[in-house]
Design a binder for this molecule. Structure first.
Ligand code: TXA
Ligand code: MG
Length: 334
């Protein structure tokens, strides 16, 4: 269905009431609203309205077997979505909510099957972005929202990215400029023990373990089986992505497969000569700043029309674990 997509700019710290109530109204009547969260932009619909949630899958071209996170405005809202909320969930919510942690728990009958892709569990998080919280409260319902990008493509970290991917397919974009974190939330499955990180994010295993004890990590086989999102291709620009450990023009030459212009994403731009064959995206040394710019860098190189993108690995500490997870998946063909 062809839509006119309205773009409303809002103040990230003090969102305008008129824009928020208008967006809340769109959600209440079954429409689609893209909105900023602290991680990435989300594409939201009323989580309790199966028809509205189906529209999300259609707009993104998302496979129906990939479940969607439900966003709540208060930790107490867990009770309507989750069966017998365990004490562990309250402990985690108290420490990390609002914030970039998603909890996977046993769902209640109130949650439509389309949200959970027919699974018995539902993923829930309370974001801390002011626009997101205001929208959830104005709509008066929990909001189901995947990242606001076309399926398989890099997530959107600005309102422009959202508009580029979804204009004509959704009702409204609340544009509050660039997001705070830049990679999606940590997804933690606590529906079975031990807890498992299905997707790394800004909340790390080291942050979680003091509160809930040892957690399994996503690369472990038993964890992969619990994580539907990992079956699909992800975060991929049109250009082929190659992740390299060593840096510099010699390494780049060894890994060049395609003809044409080569994009390079690096924290060492000084290593690369000013050369028409290279389009260099210089990244910040600091990993948190790197995370904020990562998806934008992939998107920019696509706009430059490069045939291949060569990305240098970063150290896997702190948010570096999440960065490397996204880069590996951008570089994989699956
Ligand atoms: O930061 C975020 O989490 C952003 C913002 C908008 O909140 N959302 C986001 O949604 O990244 P999405 O749909 O792009 O990624 C959700 C991930 C997928 O890997 C999905 O498979 C997983 O969460 N997921 C959702 N429900 C699940 C469930 N019941 N069990 C296991 N994994 C689930
Ligand atoms: Mg996504």
């Amino acid at each position: 269905m062809k839509h006119h997509t309205l773009l409303l700019r809002v103040d990230p710290l003090d969102p305008e009431t008129a824009a928020i109530s208008r967006a809340g109204e769109v959600i209440r009547r079954g429409g689609l609203v893209a909105f900023p969260t602290e991680t990435v932009y989300g594409l939201g619909a009323n989580a309790l309205d199966a028809e509205a949630v189906r529209r999300i899958f259609a707009a993104k071209g998302r496979p129906l077997d990939n479940p969607i996170i439900v966003h709540v405005g208060r930790p107490d809202d867990l009770a309507t979505l989750v069966e017998d909320v365990p004490a562990q969930a309250f402990d985690l919510a108290e420490t990390f909510w609002p914030g970039p942690l998603t909890l996977v728990l046993k769902k209640t009958a109130k949650v439509p099957d389309v949200v959970t892709a027919g699974q018995e569990t539902v993923a829930v998080r309370m974001p801390r972005n002011k626009v997101a919280l205001a929208l959830i409260r104005a709509s008066g319902v929990p909001i189901a929202a995947p990242s606001a990008n076309l399926s398989e493509r890099p997530s959107s970290t600005t309102g422009d990215h959202v508009f580029h991917d979804l204009s004509g397919k959704i009702d409204l974009v609340l544009d509050a400029g660039p997001v705070e974190i830049g990679v999606e939330s940590t997804v933690l499955d606590i529906s079975t023990q031990p807890p498992a990180i299905l997707r790394p994010g800004a909340v790390t295993a080291e942050d979680l373990e003091p509160i809930i004890g040892p957690v399994l990590m996503g690369a472990q086989k038993e964890v992969l089986a619990r994580s539907p999102g990992t079956r699909h291709r992800h975060y991929s620009p049109r250009a082929r992505v190659v992740l390299i450990e060593e840096e510099g023009p010699a390494a780049v030459e060894r890994y060049t497969i395609e003809g044409g212009k080569i994009g390079i994403i690096t924290r060492r731009p000084d290593l690369y000569p000013d050369d028409q064959a290279f389009v260099v995206q210089a990244m910040p040394a600091d990993l948190e700043q790197y995370a904020r710019q990562m998806f934008a860098a992939l998107r920019l190189l696509d706009e430059e029309g490069v045939s291949q993108i060569i990305v240098a690995a970063v150290e896997e500490t702190g948010i570096g674990v999440a960065i490397m997870d996204r880069l590996r998946r951008a570089a994989s063909d699956k």
